[in-house]
Ligand binder design. Sequence first.
Ligand code: CAA
Length: 390
Amino acid sequence: MPTPEMSLTLTPEHIMIRDAARDFAQNEIAPKAAHFDETGEFPSETIKKMGAQGYMGLEIPEEYGGAGLDTLAYVLALEEISKADAAHGTIMSVNNSLFCHAIYKWGTEAQKQKFLKPVASGQKIGAYSLTEPMSGSDAGNMKSRAVREGAGYVIDGRKSWVTSAPVADFVMLFTMTAPEKKHKGISAFLIETTQPGFSRGKKEPKLGIRASATSEIVFEGYQCPAENRLGEEGEGFKIAMGVLDAGRIGIASQALGIAEAAYDASLEYAKQREAFGQKIGEFQGIQWKIADMKTRIEASRLLIYDAALAKMASKHTGERYTLKASMAKLFASETAMFCAHQAVQIHGGMGYSKELPVERYFRDAKITEIYEGTSEIQRMVIARQELGLR
Ligand code: CAA
């Protein structure tokens, strides 16, 4: 049984999974990343291929359409996919660690058959919807409502910043069933986007991860059968938060992939580019940047693998891995931003040009400090855990 104390050395199987993901990402995704960034097109074809390879439901057992691997395999694969293109990383992360993970953990057998199987196998796409126009970090303070009527619920309201919403077949929705109970009045529902009463708002024009489609979603009298409620009434906030613990390990892995891509490009450039009669890598100013980037990348990797092992152990112990997930997400996302910033600086004018992917890494890195809990929220979660406040 894996425990958090287990060695962080990768097994030959994990190395094989990482190398296969690297080959796939570099051959199938990297050559198209600039095109998808430029056009903002959703990369349907490569996502389908990822589904066929098992990347859209990596930790889900094969009987429910997944690849049946573990969390360490998931973070290794996600790191490689994100190194090629962070937008593909976002789509993969939300599908795996938010949508599939939640249904596998809290879903009924019928929900697993109907919603998990097609999403884990990559035939359909799943989204996760918590945020509203007036509640982001303060996630429990939502205005949308699900009112019990007969054999189901009628849902009304508006949700925002929903990753994959423009293309999603299903959405995991968190909404209020008992507003007077505050966060204890939130419930989770599995939404079918083909049903009347559901519509999508305009696609968000984003700074980075532009190929990952994001939009508002709107509910107007959407009728949701009671069997599509995930968990019990009032359990929604705990599900949302528990799932975000897993999601944050995913975003940390995405951030690590971006940081590594920025670092690799910088290392190559420092070895080739000359100024004042020598390679720029021979200047101490560049060496210090290289040293800081490398050290932060390796520290992020250890935090992420450690959080992944804690999540694997929690399957057996039931213990939360909130602290480790938040520390990995905080450190890796700030490392991605740091490395992308240094990479642009090392490349000088070329770092600012769209001729190289470095400026894309810089734009893509920023979101990792914002979504699935800002750096400020991660610090709050970490400090509360340490102080025993929650
Ligand atoms: N696991 C299980 N339960 C948890 C939990 C966790 N990780 N965190 C909190 N809870 C429980 C608490 O134990 C508490 O339970 P009781 O009521 O039984 O005591 C309950 O939830 C309320 O907890 P708090 O009092 O700590 O709640 P809070 O209102 O102070 O908020 C917060 C806590 C950490 C700030 C939380 O609101 C939060 O994480 N906010 C950020 C939201 C976020 O990350 N949004 C991202 C949107 S999703 C996204 O970006 C996806 C995408 O598309 C890419």
